[in-house]
Design a protein around this ligand. Sequence first.
Ligand code: NAP
Ligand code: F7E
Length: 355
Amino acid sequence: MKIRKQKTAVITGVTGQDGAYLAKFLIEKGYKVYGTYRRLSTPNFWRLQSLGIQDQVDLIPFDLLDQSSISGLFKKAKPDEFYNLAAQSFVGASFDQPIGAGEITGLGTTRIIDTLSTLSPHTKFYQASSSEMYGKVQEIPQTETTPFYPRSPYAAAKVYAHWITVNYREAYDIFACCGILFNHESEMRGLEFVTRKITNAAARIKLGLQKKLVLGNVESKRDWGYAVDYVKAMWKIIQQSKPDDYVVATGETHSVREFARLAFEEVDLNYEDYIVTDKVFMRPAEVDILIGDPSKAKEQLKWEPTVGFKELIKIMVQADLTNWKKILDGKLIPWDAMHYYDTEKPLSLHYEADR
Ligand code: NAP
Ligand code: F7E
């Protein structure tokens, strides 16, 4: 009888939105999953707990800034597949901490792939590239061959990480791939990203917990999909016979304003009565429009999004509404409720006028 060896995967950034969903997906496929986390003063495992998988992920302390934790990770996990999802992923914050963006999101990738090439060259590598790399778009829609024009320190760092991945593939014959993922959201999206900020506020306003929602540029357009669909594409990318790069997108674009209108409609409110704009949330350089062409992913990966724009908004608003009701009823313990805060008050004053 042939016994099939259990596959092993490492996910950096398993505490983030994509990391948690990918871990769940791989566990369901029978993988042994190692997930990395940073030691923080307040533990940040709420996504893994919400998905009921915290006990099934082997958690390893790790920081992209720390070379020794990277080599330790390879020695401990001996992975067949390595998904590099860790990054400082908030574009706005990268304007405040541009050097950190380069160190973590850019050089961090080189640290990993260089270690992989020497310690574990058979390991298949996935890099979380981003549609932000297209920035000031040179072509509509954007494909795998559209030139990059980054508009933030985050995007510039991702371009570097993308090309270093391609370079190691070409130079050292590593099975290294990049998924150029367009925005993907969910009920577990971080609260500072605009979609979740809006759905959380719509729920809170409906329940009388908040009066206004302060946003920045509501005219920018994004190609928004559902994160659960997108982690499946990551896995499919790494299962191909040859390493390659793929755009993962819905092929539709919508404005922040449109997102807000539909989110407030979901709770029978008119967004115009509640939204105010403030330059504190405007970026020094904006990405006006993103729309991806997922034809290659459709053809070669047989991947397609299953959740459309309106359904995505409904899922997110309803989840926030349910959670806030539970908090009000005392059914969500404070630990679960911790990731909810009042989005009327900016968390930090990014992009203040002193620049
Ligand atoms: P996320 O929720 O912000 O998660 C980022 C993860 O990276 C978190 O686990 C975070 O840990 C970890 N991390 C941050 N700095 C680190 C460091 N110095 N060392 C080790 N880990 C660190 O992001 P996401 O939405 O899941 O995105 C996953 C990846 O895809 C990111 O690389 C992002 O840039 C990229 N991406 C995202 C999208 C999107 O629309 N979601 C689109 C394209 C590409 P903590 O929990 O401790 O903060
Ligand atoms: O902004 C505008 C903002 O922060 C979307 C990350 O996952 O996707 C994400 O990056 C748009 C921008 O996402 C507010 O100016 C208006 O035009 O939700 P966001 P992002 O910058 O597109 C890409 C693909 C990634 O790779 C990133 O990791 O919304 N906007 N008002 C606002 N944005 C925020 N955050 N807050 C506002 O109040």
